[in-house]
Design a protein. Structure first.
Length: 502
């Protein structure tokens, strides 16, 4: 790393109505450094990045880039200064080509319009530098998420060559795709680009980062050399409390297993959909958590969509509490006591421009029908009940949900479905993109719900989380159910062998 930081942020403070988001935070970044920015949701990470990139403006504090004070007025202005961000929810135009996305707004032109030859050549040049070989003329929406991520990074690099911010870049990537991203990050590092890396995967932090800065409750906990900070200490610094809840999860799961009783409340026989997931059998009992394990695209989400009726099965049967469930659809699933928290909370979960209260009562109102309107008083009662139950961090129920941290948004989605008092709960990546503390809370909540007699399907890309939370584990590979493990058979090596194919 260079002697002097490329970026310094000194005593940055930012307040929103009822919330002190940042309080005198310091942060610096060197050329050729990968600097991890960590903390629970609500710790201030997003606000710090928004201040840096001009989305928000600090109340006090100084930001310097290459030794000169800067005041980014907008993300576009920040890009012109040399600071670019690639967000967790990739912001590309799927209908445009790869080349158009990389050079959007900066297309080379002739007097007759866009110079397509130069456009495509420049895009290929950037991607070749990153060791990416794809057809730049093809629509970016035709490519996998991992390639889209690389296109977004390429666009950021085409604009900026000083500071690159990667916000949860691996949350939707498979293992081999993550490895490719890390190779790209190391290449950028070798070229002297400073990278701010925001993630909730600690393995990845220790694999690629040079330093770690930890925030908690809008305040700086400290900055540490990655190699000198043990993982246990890092987790303790992030959550600000001991790890008793995490360490007691296994015991709590064993206690909740006693609640598993009776005949299946949900039973699938030969259920499948061509091109989506092969026909499979599945049984789920009251008080039970069944985990779905497998790589991205292995059939986990596809199966959840069939069970809830998001997608239509073309084979097999489904029974709810012993009764045939013909032609499943989301609304009829809700009426039968099912709830489904989807994988993509941005696209299929929260409604950002509605309040927390309005988001929480959506499913409950849908189950009642629009002619049995839920009065305002009852709405507030329901919202306040679940805000308290789930510990949603907000000054009031009328806060816009888009202003919440990712973890709190996830809790709002959970609250929405819990308000319907479901007997069957399908949770697809409920802890994706949220911090360790919130993950532990949601995991314990799932087991608590099971101990109260609810049946849960729990899907996660984190194998340890599936093992910690599930009474049984169903393993998927290549859109086929390949194994079902229970009790002492739920071992990491056994699951990995099934995922790998032997």
């Amino acid at each position: 790393m260079a002697d002097n930081p490329i970026l310094t942020m000194q005593k940055i403070s930012k307040a929103f109505p009822g919330v002190q988001a940042l309080a005198g935070v310091d942060f610096d970044l060197y050329r050729g450094e990968i600097h991890a920015l960590l903390g629970e949701n609500g710790a201030g990470k997003s606000t710090l990045i928004k201040v840096l990139t001009g989305v928000e403006h600090q109340d006090s504090g100084v930001i310097e880039l290459a030794g000169k004070e800067i005041h980014a007025r907008s993300p576009l202005h920040a890009q012109s200064l040399g600071i670019s961000t690639v967000y967790q929810e990739i912001n590309l135009c799927p209908n445009l080509s790869v080349a158009e996305n990389i050079l959007i707004g900066r297309e080379p032109r002739t007097r007759w319009g866009i110079d397509w030859k130069r456009l495509n050549a420049r895009a290929r040049e950037i991607l070749t530098w990153l060791d990416i070989d794809i057809d730049v003329r093809q629509s970016v929406g035709d490519y996998a998420v991992a390639i889209q991520q690389m296109v977004a990074i390429s666009r950021a690099l085409e604009v900026s060559a000083k500071v690159l911010i990667l916000d949860e870049p691996t949350s939707s990537l498979a293992v081999h795709e993550t490895e490719k991203l890390f190779q790209v990050m190391q290449k950028l590092k070798s070229e002297g680009i400073g990278i701010i890396f925001i993630t909730h995967f600690l393995d990845q932090v220790y694999e690629v980062s040079d330093r770690i800065t930890v925030l908690r409750n809008g305040r700086l906990v400290g900055t540490y050399a990655t190699a000198a900070l043990p993982r246990y200490e890092l987790v303790a610094k992030m959550i600000g409390r001991n790890l008793t809840e995490l360490e007691d999860m296994t015991r709590f799961k064993q206690q909740s297993a006693a609640a598993v009783t009776g005949a299946p409340v949900l039973e699938a026989q030969g259920l499948g959909r061509a091109g989506s997931v092969a026909p499979l059998d599945l049984a789920l009992r009251a008080g039970e958590v069944v985990g779905f394990a497998g790589l991205l695209g292995s059939g986990r989400t596809e199966t959840a969509n069939l069970l809830f009726g998001v997608d239509k099965a073309d084979a097999g049967t489904l029974r709810i509490k012993g009764a045939p469930f013909e032609k499943p659809a989301p609304l009829s699933s809700i009426h039968r006591g099912m709830a489904f928290c989807p994988e993509d909370r941005k696209a299929a979960g929260i409604v950002g421009d509605l309040t927390i209260r309005e988001n929480i009562i959506l499913a409950l109102q849908a189950s009642r029908g629009w002619f049995r309107f839920l009065g305002k008083k009852k709405q507030y009662e329901v919202a306040d009940q679940y805000i308290a139950l789930l510990g949603i961090s907000t000054p009031h129920a009328d806060q816009l949900v888009k202003n919440l941290s990712g973890g709190n948004q996830q809790k709002v989605i959970l609250a929405r479905w819990l308000a319907t008092d479901p007997s069957i709960l399908i949770l697809d990546e409920p802890t994706r993109g949220i911090d360790i503390g919130a993950k532990a809370e949601i995991q314990k909540l799932v087991l608590t719900l099971a101990s109260e007699g609810k049946a849960c399907i729990f899907i996660s890309s984190e194998l340890e989380e599936v093992m910690r939370t599930s009474h049984r584990v169903v393993v998927f590979r290549d859109r086929v159910k390949v194994a079902e493990l229970a009790g002492q058979g739920i071992q990491e090596e056994a699951i990995m062998q099934e995922i790998a194919g032997g």
